[in-house]
Design a binder for this molecule. Structure first.
Ligand SMILES: [Zn+2]
Length: 699
């Protein structure tokens, strides 16, 4: 056992973790010790002399790997919120060792065999959560190729390595192609409509290249202002066309960054890998760890959603065409006009001042409103811990809260809300400690919520845009999922073990309350007058929320259906033909567009060659998850709408009992059905997005 250890003040199961005592200099020694300890525990656990029981095998290994996992995640957290050359060096010094430990563990056939034995152990069969944890672990071993014969296993490993390399090539091609082409403008009169900040950036870009005038690139921050605002149609067309051809055989710079064959080989190898595992196709492999049970379920879901969204998408398009013809003298709306005309239409009909809205959302009022809501919904009391000396936090900005439910302390919440030069962008939740029961003692969970809001000044509090408020509620939803669990096994408590396409349910669920007048109005107080948000302004925000929601929905469905279909259907590709495979991928894209889209892109559009989510990221046969989780969260929220605000406590109690408290201890669908009394329905999402039959008629 590691007794006296530099990470100990961080890893206590009960006391608050001491981030204040962490120093980058200690990382390598501490992490090495935790790896050795975990390795030694593993050796003991897999030995034939160790009884195959939860108590003797699973628990010791779980505790040892948890210590390593928590310490390493704290290192990652410090790098994310207190960036410095020292923290970077500390992270890099042990990145390879930690990665190597986890991947060797995932491939350890001795452990795999032990786990199979464990499924019969008396202290497992009587515990559904333990059974679930084991079945997840065994599934992941199988998907990792643990059961393959040596010859197949060798091919499996080779395939995985080649796939990693191809993903990298895909990204590099896309980046190189994006950077290979620019548009140089010398005549300033062509820039009419483009906002000053974008012009200045374009002038600076020209300067960097030793050119006069303005240079626009195919990167989003340079491209979007042109597509949305430039009055010069030929300029929009030029940039649109160059952007749409990136990383393809039609790219402006030539075919040297063409991703077509790369996509083809990626798909060939994914199918091969699935076949080695005895699965019918790559989609089945992806769905094995997801809530959706088959590609058919996913396709039916997407097609149903498309059917319902289509009338509104057609209406959105008609409205846009009419507006473009009448107000912009564009009688023949082209793909490079769509962003431009949409922006003008939005300004004309749905605009409001973001800055005006933000005056009504001072951070202290929003936090009070959020905590009040959480209290009403889940009987949860979030109390600030004041005067902690020393504070265990990493920075003086961090606020620490105790989270109580009923008369129990269930966990702690750290809020680090303000932007700093040492903090990475965006908003996210880090898991500092997960719930588990150790003998008689309870290890309570700790969530770290990180945002990037402007810090208050001496005379004004931080004010939030409505998007900021939504972000805060979203991350708080992840936090509640982590904190309100009542599962005793770490592997399936809180967010652990929850299917990938159901993880966003609690977070997106919380967002809904930001669109609810009764809740939202109580957390607004104008920063000068203290007045609540005017209802008329709220109605404008609502209208803007659903602007072109039909078109947006169909676009997401097009990407999702394309993704799932190529991974399900293209299974008989010639191993020798990545180029032909690439062509088959393009054929499916054409079919999907024909089926779903109301706006047909021009024939030179090569969207697939830049679809990084599925070819270079982790979304293969999983892009549908965005819509899937939205459906779940909107439908869960609808139960609250049905009960009315007076019934919130009652429904919240059930949502806690059946969803939040259960974590990954049972399938997400079972939890959902237990809460809702039926399978998920897409109607609430359609209604909230203004896409249901009634909204269509009303318009
Ligand atoms: Zn999220």
């Amino acid at each position: 056992m590691t007794t006296s250890h530099i990470f100990d003040p961080l890893l206590d199961p009960v006391a608050l973790p001491r981030y204040d005592l962490l120093s980058p200099e200690e990382v390598s020694v501490g992490i090495d010790a935790l790896i050795s300890h975990a390795q030694a525990t593993l050796e003991r656990v897999v030995s034939v002399n160790t009884p195959a029981t939860w108590q003797d095998a699973m628990l010791p290994l779980s505790i040892a790997t948890e210590r390593l996992g928590r310490a390493w995640s704290a290192v990652g957290h410090m790098g994310g919120v207190m960036d410095s050359p020292e923290w970077r060096e500390a992270t890099n010094s042990r990145l390879e060792a930690v990665t190597h430990f986890w991947s060797a563990l995932a491939q350890d056939i001795r452990l795999f065999n032990k786990m199979k034995l464990l499924q019969q152990a008396a202290d497992v069969t009587s515990h559904p959560a333990r059974l679930q944890a084991l079945s997840n672990a065994i599934r992941d071993f199988r998907l990792g190729g643990a059961e393959l014969e040596p010859h197949d296993k060798e091919e499996f490993v080779r395939t995985a390595a080649r796939l990693a390399q191809l993903s990298q090539t895909f990204s590099e091609n896309l980046l190189d192609s994006t950077n290979a082409t620019v548009v140089h403008i010398e005549d300033e009169s062509r820039l009419t409509g483009i906002p000053a900040h974008a012009r200045e950036a374009a002038a600076a870009e020209a300067g960097r290249r030793g050119l006069e005038g303005f240079v626009f690139t195919l990167q989003q921050p340079s491209l979007m202002p042109v597509l949305q605002m430039a009055a010069d149609r030929a300029l929009r067309e030029d940039l649109y066309a160059k952007h749409a051809r990136r990383a393809s055989e039609l790219a402006t710079e030539g075919p040297q960054h063409d991703n077509t064959a790369v996509m083809g080989e990626i798909l060939l190898l994914r199918q091969r890998r699935a076949k080695l595992l005895g699965l019918s196709h790559a989609a089945q492999m992806s769905l094995a760890s997801k809530m959706a049970d088959s590609p058919k379920t996913v396709c039916d879901f997407l097609r149903e959603l498309a059917k319902k969204a289509r009338p509104n998408a057609l209406r959105d398009l008609e409205e846009l065409r009419d507006f473009a013809r009448e107000r912009l003298s564009l009688p023949d709306l082209q793909p490079w006009d769509i962003a431009f005309a949409s922006e003008k239409l939005r300004e004309d009909r749905y605009s409001f001042s973001e800055d005006e809205v933000r005056q009504y959302f001072p951070l202290p009022s929003v936090l009070r409103g959020l905590f009040g809501l959480v209290n009403r919904l889940f009987d949860v009391d979030i109390r600030p811990m004041i005067g902690l000396a020393p504070s265990p936090a990493w920075h003086t900005d961090v606020q620490i809260f105790e989270v109580h439910r009923g008369d129990h302390l269930v966990g702690h919440l750290f809020l680090d809300l303000y932007a700093r030069s040492t903090k990475r962008g965006g908003a996210w939740m880090d898991d500092s400690r997960g719930r588990r029961r150790l003998g008689g003692a309870l290890q309570t969970p700790i969530a770290l919520l990180n945002c990037n809001f402007a810090a208050p000044t001496s005379d004004k509090p931080t004010t939030l845009t409505h998007d900021d408020v939504i972000t805060l509620f979203h991350e708080c939803g992840h936090g509640l999922h982590h904190l309100l669990t009542e599962v005793d096994e770490l592997e399936v408590s809180g967010i652990n073990g929850v299917e990938w396409d159901a993880v966003e349910l609690p977070s997106q669920f919380m967002e809904n309350f930001c669109w609810e007048w009764e809740t939202l109005s109580t957390m607004t107080a104008h920063v000068d007058s203290g007045q609540p948000l005017p209802h008329a302004l709220f109605k404008k925000m609502l209208a803007a929320r659903n602007f072109q929601s039909g078109l947006f929905m169909l676009r997401q469905i097009e990407f999702s259906l394309f993704d799932i279909r190529i991974h399900e259907e293209l299974t008989d590709l010639e191993p020798s033909g990545p180029v032909e495979a690439g062509a088959a991928i393009m054929r499916i894209l054409q079919e999907v567009r024909g089926e779903v889209s109301v706006i047909q892109p021009p024939s030179f559009n090569r969207f697939a060659q830049s679809f990084s989510h599925i070819f270079a990221g982790g979304y293969a046969a999983g892009y549908y998850s965005y819509k899937w989780a939205e459906v779940l969260s909107a439908d869960a929220y609808a139960a609250f709408e049905e009960a009315g605000i007076d019934g919130y406590g009652h429904v919240g109690h059930r949502f806690h009992a059946e969803v939040l408290s259960r974590g990954g201890s049972r399938p997400a669908l079972d939890s959902f059905v237990a809460f809702r009394g039926r399978k998920p329905s897409m109607d609430p999402l359609l209604r909230h997005s203004g896409l249901d039959a009634d909204s269509a008629k009303a318009a």
